[in-house]
Write a protein of this length. Structure first.
Ligand code: GDP
Ligand code: IMO
Ligand code: MG
Length: 425
């Protein structure tokens, strides 16, 4: 296997974890490079369902080292909860490593996220309320704590003297949140140090060097359309889920990446606010939601559902750097007579047709999808394991999607289980 990045090509929840878990078997190192516990990643195997948020989805293999990279944000309490839940399912954490450069989500980041969501009216993003935006904001403003600070009383003390005067003023004056004392944060950090101590890779440079000539899998969270630079801004997350994010968030440069797999559903879902041109607010959308069990892993919110959108997929192939596609949840259409695919957008004001993605999302309310309709296959495909055995109409659908998006579909997923996968040779 080449060094591969797995990214979401839509608005998240495409089935990235299933694909990462599958590929992790052949990887020596799996690195999660951005995001935090806003992610909800599901792996189903051996009759068990594992839910990951921050811990790399490669952790189920004993011989794979799993690394939480510098580009991530870590909320210690959520990490502890995830860790304990997975431990109770028998997961082994011997190979888990955490970058000392990862950023810490503190309690006030969660409070600010909640406050912003409740007070922004129409500007509400519909975040996961995991403090993601406020943590990345502080990182960019250079007033965040990193994992390594937990282990250096001097750094912690000096940094808190720099951070707290500014932070507390904003917390009190803008958000009406009680200020945090230095003693309170220091005591929390002592607790966090105990929690992370067995896993922090102070020797991360030696580790990354040691794996340079081995096989590396970079695990993305969220998806291209939630990217802070290329997504449906401002209705996005605060990191770079695109393939390029792997180069900034992992500790390896872009020359280490040989392949980018874009994971996409055979339809589209979105959680939270923001434009979604192919959204179905009718019984077809409800049918997809029901059959596809489209409810968020992290927040339990129902996911909005719509037809496959080749406009965003072409865009994701370009800006995500996608070389190969994994098409998931094709089985959700097993009972459908007709399947629509959006090939372009049409502006209802002047009839203008967009084949490329219009990045001004404030005009999306005027856009309607231009559909091509394909025949369904009306057959249970969840037990099929070879491409040749798929119904003709499924193959036609796959071929048309490839033509429309300009990239090859190398992996097909026909059910949640690790086994329910077809690799095309
Ligand atoms: P991620 O965030 O991209 O890793 O995806 P999630 O885990 O949030 O959501 C994907 C959901 O679809 C999970 O419940 C998976 O178990 C499930 N899933 C993945 N691939 C397939 C598939 O091919 N068919 C079906 N029916 N379910 C799938
Ligand atoms: P995975 O990795 C789907 C969405 C939120 C919200 C926006 C900003 O499981 O695909 P945030 O809490 O990040 O500030 O929220 O991004 N969002 C996701 N949607 N899957 C995810 O992760 C998501 N992570 C964040 O719903 O719209
Ligand atoms: Mg998810």
């Amino acid at each position: 296997m080449k060094n591969t990045v797995v990214i979401g090509a839509q608005w998240g929840d495409e089935g990235k974890a299933k694909i990462t878990d599958l590929l992790a078997e052949k990887a020596d190192l799996v690195i999660r490079y951005q995001g935090g516990c806003n992610a909800g990643h599901t792996v189903v195997t051996g009759g068990q369902t594992y839910k990951f948020h921050l811990i790399p989805s490669g952790i189920l293999y004993d011989n794979t080292t799993c690394f939480i990279g510098a580009g991530t944000v870590i909320h210690p309490e959520s990490f502890e909860k995830e860790f304990n839940e997975l431990k109770s399912q028998g997961v082994n954490f011997e190979n888990l490593k955490i970058s000392p450069l990862a950023t810490i989500t503190l309690p006030y980041h969660i409070e600010v996220d909640g406050w912003s969501e409740s007070n922004s009216g129409k500007g509400k993003i519909g975040t996961t309320k995991r403090g993601i935006g406020p943590t990345y904001t502080d990182k960019m403003a250079r007033i965040a704590l990193k994992i390594q600070d937990l282990f250096s009383p001097e750094a912690l003390s000096e940094k808190l003297d720099m951070i707290l005067p500014v932070k507390n003023k904003t917390l009190e004056k803008v958000y009406g949140i009680e200020p945090y004392s230095k003693d309170c944060i220091t005591a929390l950090c002592e607790k966090y140090a105990e929690l992370f101590k067995p896993y922090v890779a102070f020797d991360w440079q030696e580790i990354l060097n040691a794996y340079k000539n081995k096989t590396i899998l970079f695990e993305g969270a969220q998806g291209v359309m939630l990217d802070i630079d290329y997504g449906t801004y401002p209705f996005v997350t605060s990191s770079n889920p695109i393939g390029g994010g792997a180069a900034t968030g992992s500790g390896y440069g872009p020359t280490m990446i040989q392949e980018v797999i874009g994971v996409t559903k055979a339809y589209v879902t979105r959680v939270g606010e923001g434009p979604f041109v192919t959204e179905l607010k009718d019984e077809i959308g409800e049918k997809i939601q029901k059959i596809g069990h489209e409810f968020g892993v992290t927040t339990g919110r129902p996911r909005r559902c719509g037809w496959f959108d080749a406009v965003i997929m072409r865009y994701a192939v370009l800006v995500g750097g996608i070389t190969n596609i994994a098409l998931t949840k094709i089985d959700v259409f097993d009972t459908f007579d007709k399947i629509n695919v959006c090939v372009a957008y049409k502006d209802t004001r002047d009839g203008k047709v967009y084949k490329s993605y219009p990045t001004d999302v404030f005009i999306h309310k005027y856009l309607e999808p231009v559909y091509e309709t394909m025949e369904g296959w009306k057959q249970d495909i969840t037990g099929i394991r070879r491409y040749e055995d798929l119904p003709e109409n499924t193959k036609k659908y796959i071929k048309r999607v490839e033509e429309l998006v300009g990239a090859r579909i190398g992996i097909l997923s026909v059910g949640p289980d690790r086994e329910q996968t077809i690799f095309r040779v």
